[in-house]
Ligand binder design. Structure first.
Ligand code: OAD
Ligand code: ZN
Length: 246
């Protein structure tokens, strides 16, 4: 409790707070994380599913996995952690969320300034032409094909070995240069370049706050490491900020 208040005070005096989020922030919405005991990668090997080569080798298998994840995202609801971040943006404290998540729960919670480092699972695009579309239900035909040219459609996510979308990278750069505090929520901090962001902010003299149910690769460089569920801790921080006059 003491620590929550210290964190709230730090946020209160910070000039430019950003958040880095990972799969853990959506866990309480029922979307499984990638690593850990109920992690998605436990049942599937990433190289079998999340690479372009794997997709070309077996589009049906990869699309079955994505169709399952798409329906999970469409059925999920933002949880108190997403809502607390949205509230912090409304308060004028949080300037941006940089997320590794491909779900749409930050925007559905009302957050406006979101940078999607790993793409968007609800956007599909053609591998043969410029056709793209937004999904509001899982594809019925698996694998789905382009209505314009007949090539395979692919999920609009970043796979292993693929670059981060340039626009997302530019926006991240701008926020990183301004940020004097970062809140790192629900990420294991092992996938780069996302994992480098807290280190860069720390090197420039910024503060690092972590919220996670366990210790991570980032924990050693944090100023505050709050252990617990994001959906419980973030609302407490919002409450503490309200007490400070927000
Ligand atoms: P991980 O699955 O690697 O890590 C999830 C983190 O969330 C772990 O550190 C958990 O301890 C933590 N966690 C779980 N439940 C939580 C809760 N209720 N509150 C707070 N923390 C909780 O997920 P990411 O770090 O997001 O990339 O994974 C990074 C990237 O690896 C993903 O974006 C994905 C994957 O490969 C691509 O697909 C490109
Ligand atoms: Zn096409």
């Amino acid at each position: 409790m003491e620590e929550i208040h210290r964190v709230a005070k730090l946020l209160y005096v910070s000039k430019y707070v950003i958040a880095l989020t990972g799969a853990g922030i959506s866990a309480e919405s029922g979307i499984p994380t990638f690593r850990g005991k109920n992690g998605l990668w436990r049942k599937y090997r990433p190289e079998e599913l999340a690479t372009f080569q794997a997709f070309i080798r077996n589009p049906k298998l990869v699309w079955e996995w994505y169709a399952w994840r798409i329906s999970m995202v469409l059925n999920a609801k933002p949880n108190p952690a997403h809502k607390a971040l949205s509230k912090m943006e409304q308060m004028g404290i949080l300037k941006a969320i940089i997320t590794q998540n491909v779900d749409n729960l930050h925007e559905r919670a009302g957050s406006k300034n979101i940078v999607k480092l790993h793409g968007d699972i609800l956007k599909v695009r053609c591998i043969g032409c410029r056709y793209e579309k937004k999904l509001n239900e899982p594809p019925t035909e698996i694998p789905p094909r382009c209505p314009e040219c007949g090539s395979l459609l692919r999920p609009g996510v970043v796979w292993f070995g693929e670059p981060i979308p340039p626009q997302a990278l530019r926006e991240t750069q701008i926020h990183m240069e301004k940020a004097d505090t970062i809140i790192v929520i629900g990420t294991s901090g092992v996938v780069y370049p996302a994992a480098a962001i807290p280190y860069i902010i720390r090197e420039r003299g910024g503060k690092v706050i972590e919220i996670n149910i366990s210790q991570t690769a980032i924990t050693p460089i944090t100023d505050y490491s709050l252990q617990g569920k994001a959906g419980e801790i973030l609302p407490l921080i919002v409450k503490a900020l309200e007490k400070l006059g927000y």
